[in-house]
Ligand binder design. Structure first.
Ligand SMILES: NC(=O)CC[C@H](N)C(=O)O
Length: 361
């Protein structure tokens, strides 16, 4: 590996850091975000919600359990969250090339080189994180050999169109027919649905699902500013006229809120971690959740037919919404985890139960 190649990290505020390259050697620009999880880099790097972002890991030791390697379709679906690395670059404090894990067959560095994704280590990731927490999220560039790309704000692009499936795909042969609007879905959402006796029909983000027959509609996670998704929002508005159950996760939640007439805004630096506490509204019950989002729903703008379902115990932001009378609900956090705590996976059971009830009527 090219342990000696140096690369520069330049932030929008003009500050510069020098690190050592461990991935592909190519300059990139994007939005810099940090994740405080201690594990889960193969899952995070392949999570389509990170499209366009340069990810900083605050956990200092990265690479020590390698990655599952270059896999064919079935295994790839089992071990990664999508078919490729989605982040624009990865910044870590200490990279280790030595790895050991039951399903590792490749080092993180070799995998990143294969996917042409740069990575740098030897950077003070705590200092970077403190900066983002104090000044808010920032654009950044990683520069090799003085080749400096233009600044790029990924949130101005339609990132969902870049990660959504180009065609309809069907998974499983279960009792409940779930139409999955793929805005950049993580594979574990599909796995969590398939475990629960469903057939999952995965369709592109702008697909007009209103003409389809299904038992439940699922709106996935995905990258970027939710307001970019005008087709999905328009289709959701029509789906709200029906009584068929709808569940959303993360971007899906924001799209449901926008379709309901509420507003979303960009958080100062987002929530990306495995230990976000959310309180179930109307109770004192708190769940520890896995999260990855930079935008949030403004609870004050929810119309009267919608209510907050969960609220973040750290900063009181919206962590989920539900319709007051129809079987529509959504979580801003990730009940599918992958990676992170699985404590809220029961939300998938709630969705199945809603479909069962609706079919019995
Ligand atoms: N994981 C997600 O679905 C993220 C949703 C959205 N892109 C945000 O950052 O808020």
């Amino acid at each position: 590996m090219s342990q000696q190649t140096k690369a520069k990290l330049i932030l929008q505020d003009g500050s510069e850091y020098v690190g050592t390259s461990f991935g592909y050697e190519g300059s990139v620009a994007g939005e810099m975000v940090f994740n405080t999880a201690m594990t889960g880099y193969p899952e995070s790097l392949t999570d389509p919600s990170y499209k366009g972002q340069i990810l900083v890991s605050t956990f200092p030791l990265i690479g020590n359990y390698g990655v599952p390697g270059t896999l064919q379709e079935d295994e790839l679906f089992r071990f990664y969250e999508s078919e490729k690395i989605q982040v624009s670059a990865f910044i870590v404090s200490d990279y280790t090339e030595e790895f050991s894990h039951w399903n590792a067959s490749l080092s993180l560095a070799d995998w990143m080189k294969e996917h042409k994704i740069p990575g740098i280590y030897g950077v003070d990731t705590r200092a970077l994180t403190k900066k983002l927490r104090e000044q808010g999220s920032m654009l950044a560039k990683i520069v090799f050999e003085e080749i400096e790309p233009e600044w790029k704000d990924p949130n101005l692009e339609n990132l969902v169109a870049q990660v959504s499936t180009p065609e309809k795909k069907v998974y499983g042969e279960g009792k409940h027919k779930v139409l999955l609007l793929d805005c950049g879905v993580k594979n574990n959402i599909i796995r969590c649905l398939l475990k629960r006796d469903t057939t999952v029909i995965r369709v592109p983000h702008d697909y007009d699902f209103t003409q389809e027959e299904y038992d439940g509609l699922f709106i996935s996670n995905g990258p970027g500013d939710p307001k970019q998704n005008t087709a999905a929002i328009a289709n959701l508005k029509k789906a709200f006229d029906q009584d068929t159950p709808i569940m959303g996760i993360c971007l899906g939640t924001q799209l449901m809120a926008l379709a309901a007439g509420a507003d979303t805004y960009k958080l100062k630096y987002g929530h990306r971690s495995h230990n976000q506490p959310v309180v179930l509204e109307g109770t004192k019950r708190c769940f520890i959740t896995s999260q990855n989002h930079g935008y949030a729903i403004n609870n004050d703008t929810l119309p009267k037919e919608w209510k907050p379902l969960f609220v973040n115990a750290n900063d009181n932001t919206c962590e989920g919404i539900k319709h007051v009378s129809k079987p529509f609900f959504a979580s801003q956090f990730h009940p599918e985890a992958s990676s992170g705590p699985t404590d809220t996976e029961f939300l998938f059971d709630d969705f199945i139960e809603m479909m069962e009830k609706n079919q019995a009527n």
